[in-house]
Design a protein around this ligand. Structure first.
Ligand code: PGA
Length: 228
């Protein structure tokens, strides 16, 4: 099984989400069944909308972009694992934008990962380099060097990381062979074929490209094409 996580970050309003859904659903989605697990990670307010929209295509799952450090209770404004557990399958944890903009440390990220696991959510932990530790009991890790993340100013391809470097990092970071190893950072319709053909890479995490349903579909389809 391959995995394609779409990280929408802090983008889209309700009507834009409706358009994204209808355009994505106009495509043949059954081609992914049993081959690619697609995980859409929208801002919190749209999680239920997407969860309901894709209820009849269970190979298309929903993920959150973060999870609270705290449990359920008196934490106004927080979204705990308990509230997400029955609507999301995955949580992105430790994205470099959270580490740098919100001062998230390895300790905080470790707690968030344990919170997710306790609520039956699979954490996808993002690692930039060897300073970022992998929490215990996780099995999905995404290698995403900060320098490879697109700025959204049309420079996506310029930051493209060579496949050989990614494979080398997988061993430098000592990612266990039975982990799912995801790559993120400027993944586009132009670069996906390089990553999709590599057995060491179990999937990708496009950000900017996932905002466009057409591009996101093509990225996921690359894994199907390579199966055939
Ligand atoms: P990008 O974002 O694909 O726009 O580079 C990836 C990410 O930061 O998750």
């Amino acid at each position: 099984m391959k995995y394609v996580f779409g990280n929408w970050k802090a983008n889209k309003n309700y009507s834009e989400v409706q358009s994204w859904i209808s355009e994505f659903q106009s495509k043949p989605l059954e081609i992914f069944e049993g081959v690619v697990e697609i995980v859409i990670c929208p801002p919190y307010p749209f999680i239920t909308t997407l969860h309901e929209a894709f209820a009849s295509t269970p190979w298309i799952k929903i993920g959150s972009q973060d999870i609270s450090y705290y449990g359920a209770g008196r934490y106004t404004g927080e979204v705990p694992a308990h509230s997400l557990g029955d609507i999301v399958s995955y949580s992105i944890i430790g994205h470099s934008e959270r580490r740098s903009n919100f001062n998230e440390t390895n300790t905080i990220i470790d707690q968030k990962a344990q919170n997710a696991l306790e609520s039956g959510i699979e954490p996808l932990v993002l690692i930039r380099d060897g300073n970022d530790t992998i929490p215990s009991n996780v099995s999905f890790v995404c290698y995403e060097p900060s320098s490879a993340i697109s700025t959204g100013e049309g420079n996506i391809v310029q930051h493209n990381v060579p496949v050989q470097d990614i494979i080398e990092q997988k061993s430098l970071l000592s990612i266990p062979a039975d982990f799912k190893f995801i790559y993120g950072g400027s993944v586009t319709t132009d670069t996906i074929h390089e990553y999709a053909r590599v057995k060491e890479i179990d999937g990708v995490l496009p950000g900017s490209a996932s905002l466009d349903p057409e591009a996101f579909y093509h990225i996921a389809r690359a894994f199907v094409e390579l199966q055939n």
